[in-house]
Design a protein around this ligand. Structure first.
Ligand SMILES: [Zn+2]
Length: 447
């Protein structure tokens, strides 16, 4: 990165979590490799932080190696760690956007540490930051995770979303012209956008996220659009100049088209469509990822009554309508082979962090994914959206050893992944965050 970048105390890409030359072998496991193939019996050997061998039962198994580095999987499922494509580690399970934003920075930093651990405890070994509540929260937690200071998923850091004056995330009041209450970074005009994007990159974000459409709960309709083409183009140009990823809050059909037109790879929500939007996306499907955030729609519409969002009122009726559109849109995108990923905008009181794996169930039940497709939406495509598709998200020789040992068969019932007690082992980067109970003593030390 450019030498002018502010990297805080621990650097931007601290790493070095390997096991040295040590090997760990999982034998007697059902390997769910996330290539799309049905699980098969075999064993997987990890050396350092990578998968060294994947051996099918029946072929010449490697029974060598020290027994103190061998784990008997007892027929359980070994699969890649999960990826949440729309993750906010700075959302603090509060009942609304304001209490997230109002949390003082000191408490908020601690809360991010707790959420990062909770995500890893839940089997999520990677995640894409989809906006932070304060400029450097994501950056700091990413650096601390990479440096091995705190447990958490691999994480691409975002800053606050860029928003237009009066757009989603601009909570400025006429009598309090201070920007501190805003969830977004308010900008107006291309030059202002340029400056704000450069500032965020200076603070160390990996991803620039721009709010292209509204959000019902804020009073700005989901189908409203807020930025001019000149502003969008500027944000994208500046981010690409510095090799950053682009993401957009894009609920409206017009905003989906803008994502394709300007090359914004991570399209969040994409609830509303027309044929043109689908055609444009399909023609560029290798460049884009869609994460609909379906959990937010379902639970805000139906399960937030105790927080004052009562079914049958205008706001929930609006979310029910959007949910109906989103399901239709996702079904059509699935048929067109567009990559759709899990990541449900978790981190509100009615969608708490730790329940993120519910998205797989929603994909199966509401969009019509097969369980295998839902698993790939959480693993294989997760590796790809992290920009690491050639080394993350599948169980293959040479891939990074981010894996879960699951007491159950997610291909038969994806809900097993919601039960943390059934995820008996969690390995990230070749190290156990959670070791299986029958692991030899030397392997049970957590990373
Ligand atoms: Zn979000």
């Amino acid at each position: 990165m450019a030498d002018t970048e502010f990297t805080g105390w621990s650097g931007r890409n601290g790493n070095g979590n390997g096991n040295g030359d040590n090997t760990i072998t999982f034998s007697n496991v059902r390997i769910l490799d996330a290539t799309g193939e049905e699980p098969y019996l075999g064993e997987v050997t990890v050396q350092g932080n990578r998968i060294k061998t994947v051996t099918r039962s029946g072929s010449s198994m490697n029974w060598g190696g020290s027994s103190d580095r061998r784990i008997d999987g007892r027929g359980m499922t070994l699969m890649p760690g999960l990826c949440d494509a729309h993750l906010h580690l700075s959302w603090n399970n509060a009942p609304g956007i304001d209490p997230i934003q109002m949390m003082p920075l000191e408490e908020h930093t601690v809360n991010c540490i707790l959420m990062a651990k909770l995500l890893l405890d839940s089997g999520f070994t990677s995640g894409c930051g989809a906006a932070a509540a304060k400029p450097r929260l994501d950056v700091v937690i990413r650096n601390a995770i990479n440096a091995g200071q705190v447990p958490g998923p691999r994480y691409t850091a975002a800053g606050p979303e860029l928003t237009a004056v009066g757009g989603l995330g601009d909570a400025t009041l006429p009598h309090i012209p201070h920007e501190g209450l805003n969830l977004g970074i308010v900008c107006s005009g291309p030059e202002d956008v340029r400056r704000k994007v450069r500032e965020l990159m200076k603070w160390g974000v990996d991803t620039i996220k721009i709010n292209l459409s509204g959000e019902e709960i804020t009073g700005m309709g989901a189908e409203e659009n807020q930025f001019s083409d000149e502003e969008i183009a500027m944000a994208c140009k500046e981010a690409k100049n510095r090799g950053r990823k682009l993401a957009a809050h894009a609920r409206s059909k017009e905003s989906i088209k803008k994502c394709v037109e300007f090359g914004i790879e991570r399209i969040y929500h994409a609830s509303f469509h027309d044929e043109e939007a689908l055609d444009m996306l399909e023609a560029n499907k290798d460049k884009h990822f869609v994460a609909p955030g379906i959990a937010w729609l379902i639970n805000t519409a139906r399960n937030a009554a105790e927080y004052g969002i009562v079914p049958g009122t205008p706001i929930t009726i609006a979310y029910e309508r959007e949910l109906e559109h989103a399901i239709d849109t996702m079904q059509k995108m699935r048929k067109r082979g567009i990559r759709i990923l899990i990541g449900g905008d978790y981190g509100f009181a009615w969608t708490p962090h730790g329940t993120n794996a519910k998205d797989l169930e929603y994909f199966v039940d509401m969009i019509g994914f097969t369980p295998m497709e839902a698993i790939q939406a959480a693993t294989k495509y997760g590796g790809q959206i992290m920009g690491m598709g050639e080394e993350l998200g599948q169980i293959k020789e040479g891939y990074l050893a981010d894996m879960l040992l699951v007491d159950g068969d997610p291909v038969r019932d994806v809900r097993v992944l919601q039960d943390h007690s059934r995820i008996v082992a969690i390995m990230k980067d070749g190290k156990f965050h959670k070791a299986p109970e029958n692991a030899p003593a030397g392997l049970r030390l957590s990373a």
